[in-house]
Every structure is written in structure tokens, then in C-alpha cells.
Design a protein around this ligand. Structure first.
Ligand code: ADP
Ligand code: MG
Length: 457
């Protein structure tokens, strides 16, 4: 690549990715040379190389091709002189993202316990809002790698609210700021898997040593080990050993420690000893903020696509609390618009996301169903739920059970609990009964249809 081409590439990239991205990610690249169609760029860190490859790799490649450079592949290398830390995360990640053989691990010995990190899960990609500001602040603090002030940091919250994102962000940050630390991130499931494997291979000593030599341990989705007794036991010992050595531990779960069923009391109380913070469901502002930040990446990828004003606001309003779904919707929207070659308008969004929008509609609750059905049949709510078995109450009750099964995602035992603690077999019987009856009873079928429509309105 000539100097002119290099200059042109840089200015094209500046236009494509914007000033901020350019100075963070493209500026540090150092063009090394071109050999057999492979363009090599030197990068200061594996982290940066992986990030650039993941987010801008294709663009760089296409831009170079566009400039007439004879290239079929780009790669990003940390120059050997920099030396590679013994860092376990760097290793597992580098081999994960770069094609095999590209980054050589001279030091692949003991620590293989870490799971790969997602390059997109960094602090700079995490949008902070009211619902997650505390969790974010706590994660930031831990990521500084200073003296351990709260142990463990326990993050909890519903699906798709950013727990894993924050944990990876901590790991990335620590990798940059404290490359001397041995940071291990893994899911509770992987912890169990390794534990079982160690038992089977009679390598428990190695297992214990491995985990006790960690400086920062992160275990994601710890609710997974609830009810798994020997894994819990081992986790507890690992946990205590690390806390005793003042090693930082970061745990995530889908609910608060005290609410995880099947988790031993002593573990619960240990988990509560540190800082427990929750990620609240997203609010409108946070969702909009997240969409605005993600849309930049899509726009860099599809610069030709026009995005109408109001589309992001519409999505932020209409799509549930789960960020993963929100992201998926945006990706789908851009892909769809690019395929059909149309600008992204409100109508296009409604068309292309009909199913997602429907799914995120207001959820119907068991209580609402019970209320509507009792109103419809003019009986009291207490009689609907109560024990009386006369037909006037029993039939509406069964209809309500049937609707609960159809319109909510509650299980039979859960529904049973909402109907005065009835057994799940009673609910099943009621549901089947109504399912049978409505085949022959036109009036009943119509009633159910009306109720369903009222509830879904
Ligand atoms: P959890 O582990 O809590 O189920 P994740 O961390 O996997 O959720 O997040 C789901 C997706 O949503 C990920 O792609 C993540 O990057 C994204 N996400 C969640 N919260 C945010 C946020 N505040 N800013 C940017 N992206 C977010
Ligand atoms: Mg997760």
C-alpha cells in the first residue's frame, strides 16, 4: 500500500466511523506491510486488535479493496517486542477471535479456566441511566483494581439488563490497567463443569489450586448452582479461600442472594456480605440512549441507509425492558432495510418487527383474568378463588384457569397457587374440561373469545 493509499484509507475511515471512533480505534493502527494479500496492522494491545477486527475489520478490508489495494484479508498483531503477559484472559481471547495460529501463546500453561470475553462488552459501550447507574458505578470501582473494599460485588437483575456486559467490562478494564492480575471470568455452569471434570479425572488438587491462585474471580449466573450440592460446597470453599486472601470476587445472578431457592443459607449470607446491587428494568430514557449508541454502529455498517426521525423513540417506547431484544430489533431493522433497499421509516419498523412488537405488548396477569372472568359471570372474586364447588362458581373458575394457561406464561403449579393454593392437577383438569366443552358448546366458545379479546385489548 502506497503512502497515498494509506492516507486515503485513513480519511475514508474517518468519514465512515466518525471522529471519536477514529481517534480511539483507527489512529493507533500502524500499517506494517502487505504479503500474499494479507495486510498486517500493528496494534498496541490485543484488546484493541480484537476490537478493531470485530468492529471495523470488514470496513478496513473493503476500503482497501476500493482503493485498489490487492488485499484479501486484514490482521492485527501485537508486535512481538511488546511481549505477552501471562494473562489468562488475553490468551483465551486472542486465540478465540484471531484465526488460529495468528497469536502465539508462549505461555499456555496453568490457567485455562477463563471463558472468552465479548469484545463489545466494554464500559465505553455501556450506556448508563437511572436504572443501572449504581451497578455501573460499583463495576467501575472494582475495575480500578485498587484495594478490595467490598467483597463480593453481587450484581443481580432480570434477563438482558447488562449483568454479563458489566462483568466483561470489568475484566477488559482490569486487563488494561492491571495486567499483572490473574482475572478469571466464567459462568457458574462452567464452574460446575470444570468441577465435575476434575472429580472425574481425579484432578481435584489441580482444580483447587487453579481457582485459589486467581486474583479476581467472576462467576456469572450463580443461580445455576442452586440445588447442586457438591458444586455449591466447592464454590463455597473457593469463595472463602479467596475472600480470606482479600481477592476480589464478582458474582451475578438473576435475583437477590436471599431469593435464590436451593442455595445454602451459609452461601446466601456470605454473598450478602459485600455489596449487593441490582440492575432495574430499563426505562424509556435508557432504552433510547442505548438505541442511539447502537445505531451509530449500524450506520457505520450501512452508511447508505436513511433513518427517519421518530423511529428510535418508537422502539424505545414499544419494546419491553430487555436490552437484548431491543438490540436484536435494531439489527433486524437495518438488515431488512438494506435488503429491500428502503429507508427506515416508522412503517418499515412496524412491518419488519411486527412479531417483536406483539411479544412486548403488555403482559396479561392471572389476577386480571380472574377479575374479568368474575365480572363477566357476575360472581365475586373471592368465590372465584375460594373453595366452593357449585357449578355457578366452578365453571367460571375453570374458564379463568383455561385463560390463564392460554394467555400467560405461568406454569400449572403457579396458576394453582393463584387459585387459592389448588393442586396443579386440578388446574390441568379444569383446562382440559373447558377445552373439551368449547368444542360442543357454542355459547361457551363465544364467551371465551369475548373474554380473550377484552383481556388482550
Ligand atoms: P444479562 O447478562 O443481564 O442477561 P447481558 O449483559 O448479556 O444481559 O446484556 C444483553 C445485551 O444487552 C448485550 O448485548 C448487552 O451489550 C446489551 N446491554 C445491556 N445493557 C446495556 C447498556 N446499559 N448499554 C449498552 N448495552 C447494553
Ligand atoms: Mg448474562
Amino acid at each position: 500500500m502506497t503512502d497515498e493509499q494509506w492516507g486515503a484509507l485513513r480519511s475514508n475511515l474517518l468519514n465512515a466511523v466518525g471522529k471519536n471512533n477514529f481517534s480511539s480505534w483507527i489512529e493507533p493502527l500502524d500499517f506494517d506491510g502487505l504479503c500474499d494479500g494479507v495486510a498486517t496492522f500493528h496494534v498496541p494491545t490485543t484488546f484493541l486488535g480484537n476490537y478493531v477486527k470485530q468492529n471495523f475489520g470488514d470496513q478496513i478490508l473493503y476500503q482497501m479493496m476500493g482503493l485498489g489495494v490487492d488485499v484479501s484479508r486484514v490482521r492485527f498483531l501485537v508486535p512481538a517486542a511488546n511481549g505477552r503477559s501471562r494473562h489468562s484472559l488475553a490468551q483465551s481471547h486472542a486465540t478465540d477471535v484471531l484465526p488460529a495460529g495468528e497469536v502465539k501463546d508462549e505461555s499456555r500453561h496453568s490457567v485455562v479456566a477463563a471463558a472468552p470475553l465479548d469484545v463489545k462488552f466494554t464500559f465505553s459501550n455501556f450506556v448508563v441511566g437511572k436504572p443501572n447507574e449504581l451497578a455501573h458505578a460499583a463495576a467501575k470501582r472494582v475495575a480500578e483494581g485498587g484495594p478490595v473494599t467490598f467483597n463480593p460485588l453481587f450484581l443481580y437483575g432480570g434477563v438482558g439488563l447488562g449483568k454479563t456486559h458489566l462483568m466483561h467490562a470489568i475484566a477488559w478494564e482490569l486487563q488494561l490497567s492491571r495486567p499483572d492480575l490473574n482475572v478469571v471470568y466464567l459462568s457458574a455452569e462452567q464452574f460446575m463443569y470444570r468441577f465435575v471434570q476434575a472429580l472425574r479425572d481425579r484432578k481435584m488438587m489441580d482444580f483447587k489450586e487453579l481457582f485459589r491462585s486467581v486474583d479476581v474471580l467472576m462467576v456469572d449466573d450463580v443461580q445455576f448452582i442452586a440445588g447442586k450440592d457438591s458444586t455449591q460446597e466447592e464454590f463455597f470453599h473457593t469463595f472463602n479461600a479467596l475472600v480470606d486472601q482479600h481477592k476480589q470476587i464478582i458474582i451475578s445472578a438473576d435475583r437477590a442472594p436471599g431469593e435464590i431457592k436451593g442455595l445454602e443459607e451459609r452461601i446466601k449470607s456470605r454473598l450478602q456480605c459485600g455489596l449487593v446491587v441490582d440492575l432495574h428494568p430499563t426505562d424509556y430514557e435508557l432504552r433510547l440512549g442505548i438505541l442511539q449508541s447502537k445505531v451509530e454502529v449500524h450506520q457505520a455498517q450501512y452508511p447508505e441507509l436513511e433513518l427517519d426521525a421518530g423511529v428510535l423513540e418508537f422502539l424505545a417506547h414499544r419494546i419491553s425492558t430487555n436490552v437484548r431484544v431491543l438490540e436484536g430489533a435494531l439489527t433486524r431493522l437495518f438488515a431488512f432495510a438494506s435488503l429491500v433497499g428502503r429507508p427506515i421509516t416508522l412503517e418499515l419498523a412496524q412491518d419488519c418487527l411486527a412479531d417483536v412488537l406483539r411479544d412486548s405488548e403488555r403482559k396479561i396477569s392471572v389476577e386480571e383474568i380472574q377479575r374479568k372472568v368474575s365480572e363477566h359471570y357476575s360472581i365475586r372474586l373471592s368465590d372465584m378463588i375460594g373453595p366452593k364447588r357449585v357449578r355457578t362458581y366452578a365453571r367460571p373458575r375453570q374458564i379463568a384457569m383455561f385463560l390463564c394457561k392460554q394467555l400467560t406464561s405461568r406454569s400449572l403449579p403457579e396458576i394453582g397457587r393463584c387459585f387459592g393454593g389448588r393442586d396443579h392437577t386440578t388446574i390441568m383438569y379444569g383446562v382440559r374440561k373447558i377445552d373439551d366443552l368449547r368444542m360442543h358448546d357454542g355459547q361457551l366458545a363465544e364467551d371465551i373469545e369475548i373474554l380473550r379479546r377484552m383481556l388482550e385489548a
